[in-house]
Design a protein around this ligand. Structure first.
Ligand code: NAD
Length: 349
């Protein structure tokens, strides 16, 4: 398939681009190269004959029309988004423009292209979203997000993603656009931008800085290795049923405090300090406003209908991730100079 992948210079998008090429697909990577992007994430495929990069902003409808016409994709995987909850608290405007208006532009450009092409049967628009649209779960481990959980977003980020999900479903119902949707839990792994929790903890630990834990660290997230998410997304684009949505998760619930302690234990083993443990650097800081208590995904549908399963345990994935950051300082060091990285954001509520 020729895949038009938006956000392919970001964390998850780049994993999808690399795996898509490895699976024999052609890729058009459309990315505006915002602060969160890094073309080195796709350097391993940049010279592949099946790969093309298009620098464009999904807020620019004319650019999208040109790219659809020039490349005539078989399918779209739409990942481009503003993705950092803390930034959405301080500056929600970019989230509204990119995540909602940008998705509207993508849908209209896709619909125009698909209509002009005679509505080819195989065409599909895959919208990549988050479990955060479902809101916050109680502690009961039996209660998880399913595909029918009502939407209840609580941050500007999750509200903007929820709005984009609604637009995608509306374009399917109203215009017949062939769509599939996925909602995934928290990802981690190589090339994770150094403003997100796991890279912040690894890099602060190595720098001898405090390891910030929001509130009391009891907030629970369900962690999935990014390469397993990319595999799930390609499985859905290849085999998913049109009009259906799939929840993707690794069934690896950890409180933030447990997660940080695990990362410290891995670092203690791989790069021991002269004395003491990295866990000694843990510092509790003021909580994020509206911090959701718990997310947990029930991935039964994608497992039973499409046969997808994660390939690594969270212990293995975290160990690989720590090792990757230890081996790739040349990647993360320059990114720490980008605006806002290394600062406490999301306090302006
Ligand atoms: N990170 C997670 O844990 C997670 C979990 C579930 C779903 N998601 C979703 O997956 C997608 C990718 O997330 P990520 O963590 O890789 O994000 P990211 O912030 O690492 O990457 C986003 C990419 O989109 C690009 N982009 C941003 N605004 C753009 C615009 N206006 N036009 C074109 N490109 C633009 C950026 O340049 C960047 O390369 C998002 O839609 C996000 O909501 C993320």
């Amino acid at each position: 398939m020729k895949l038009l992948i938006t956000g392919g210079a970001g964390f998850i998008g780049s994993a999808v681009v690399r795996q898509a090429i490895a699976r024999g697909h052609q890729v058009v990577n459309l990315d505006a190269l915002t602060y969160a992007a890094c073309l080195e994430n796709v350097a391993s495929v940049a010279d592949h004959p099946g790969y093309v990069f298009e620098q464009a902003d999904i807020r620019d409808r004319a650019a999208l029309d040109r790219i659809f016409a020039a490349h005539a994709p078989d399918a779209v995987m739409h990942l481009a988004a503003e993705s950092h909850v803390d930034r959405s608290i301080d500056g929600p405007g970019d989230f509204i423009e990119t995540n909602i208006t940008g998705t509207f532009n993508m849908l209209e450009a896709a619909r125009g292209f698909w209509t002009r092409a005679g509505r080819p049967a195989g065409f599909r628009f895959h919208h990549i979203s988050t479990d955060e649209v479902f809101g916050s779960l109680p502690a009961d481990p039996l209660v998880k997000f399913t595909e029918t959980t009502p939407y209840d977003p609580r941050s500007p980020y999750s509200a903007s993603k929820a709005a984009s999900d609604h637009l995608v479903r509306a374009w399917a119902e109203t215009y017949g656009l062939p769509v599939v949707l996925t909602n995934c839990s928290n990802n981690y792994g190589p090339f994770h931008f150094p403003e997100k929790l796991i890279p912040v903890v690894i890099l602060n630990a190595l720098a001898g800085k405090p390891l910030p834990i929001y509130g009391d660290g009891s907030n629970i997230r369900d962690w999935l290795y990014v390469e397993d998410h990319a595999d799930a997304l390609l499985t859905v684009i290849e085999k998913g049923e049109l009009g259906r949505s799939y929840n993707i998760g690794g069934e690896n619930e950890r409180s933030n405090l447990e997660l940080v302690k695990t990362l410290c234990a891995i670092l203690d083993e791989k790069r021991p300090k002269e004395s003491g443990s990295y866990a000694d650097q843990i510092t509790f800081v003021t909580d994020r406003p509206g911090h959701d208590a718990r997310y947990a995904i029930d991935p039964s549908r994608i497992r039973e209908e499409l046969g997808w399963r994660p390939s690594v345990t969270v212990e293995e994935g975290l160990a690989r991730t720590v090792q990757w950051y230890l081996d790739n300082e040349a990647w993360w060091r320059p990114l720490q100079d980008r605006a806002g990285v290394g600062q406490r954001l999301g306090t302006k509520a």
